[in-house]
Write a protein that binds this ligand. Sequence first.
Ligand code: B12
Length: 211
Amino acid sequence: MASTLSQALGALDEAKVDEEVRGELAAETPALSILGELQEGMRLVGEQYECNEYFLSELILASEIFKNASALLAEGLAKQTDNKLGTMVLGTVKNDIHDFGKDIVHMVLESNGVEVVDLGVNVPYERFVEAVREHSPRMVGLSCLLTTVFDDMRATVDALAQAGLRDQVTILVGGGPVDKKRGRLCGGRPVLRGRSGRGRGSQESTGGELT
Ligand code: B12
């Protein structure tokens, strides 16, 4: 059963979302847990879009509500650390413009000691190659929300391999539709890291590592 907050976001009730987030913060619910509820709310929005109950305009409205709500969590997510865990080159792959998930990964990793080079969205394959040459990261993070861009995910990994850089980095793939099977299609052996436990099917995983 979805929480009140998730349902409010699913119903695009901005005032209720705001009230619930503030209430949970006041009750000292961890920011990451509130974020999980917001993510579930976005999943509910997506479900209604799939059933033609919502359209693009509702996706855009949900984006606004999500953005405002997650801004309230920024302080709670940003627990600064002095540990330096190396660099990650991160981006949403070519042909995909979804960035909320990537931005959260950016914020959480950075506040835990990873220097993040964020290439943005719809990132061409060769831009990843250039950034790996320039920054020599330990990790490359690829985000995608569209099942139609798995080929682009794979082509990005292939471009790194062709440039002779594939073995220098660990590649993490993530985003709503990424699961074990799809991770393999991207050209590697995915080891899934954590599950939201709230999703169904392809929505269950939050990320994978191509070793
Ligand atoms: C908001 C939204 C939009 C917004 C995006 C705003 C933005 N700035 O990001 C807008 C309105 C622009 C949009 C556009 C479109 N969208 Co859209 N969108 C969504 C929606 C409702 C929520 C996505 C979201 O932000 N979730 C919240 C974030 C926090 O979760 P997340 O991204 O999964 O990220 C978490 C994890 O996955 C993980 N993670 C993410 N990236 C990474 C990377 C690494 C390395 C790691 C380790 C982990 C990791 O960590 C994050 C935090 O926990 C989803 C529905 C859904 N079920 O997801 C549809 C959805 C993704 N969209 C969909 C579609 C079809 C589209 C459009 C094609 C619609 C259209 N006709 O134009 C366009 C795409 C245009 C393009 N070329 O990209 C479909 C995709 C279907 C499919 N099979 O591929 C979905 C699933 C809706 C649906 N059910 O049909 N969309």
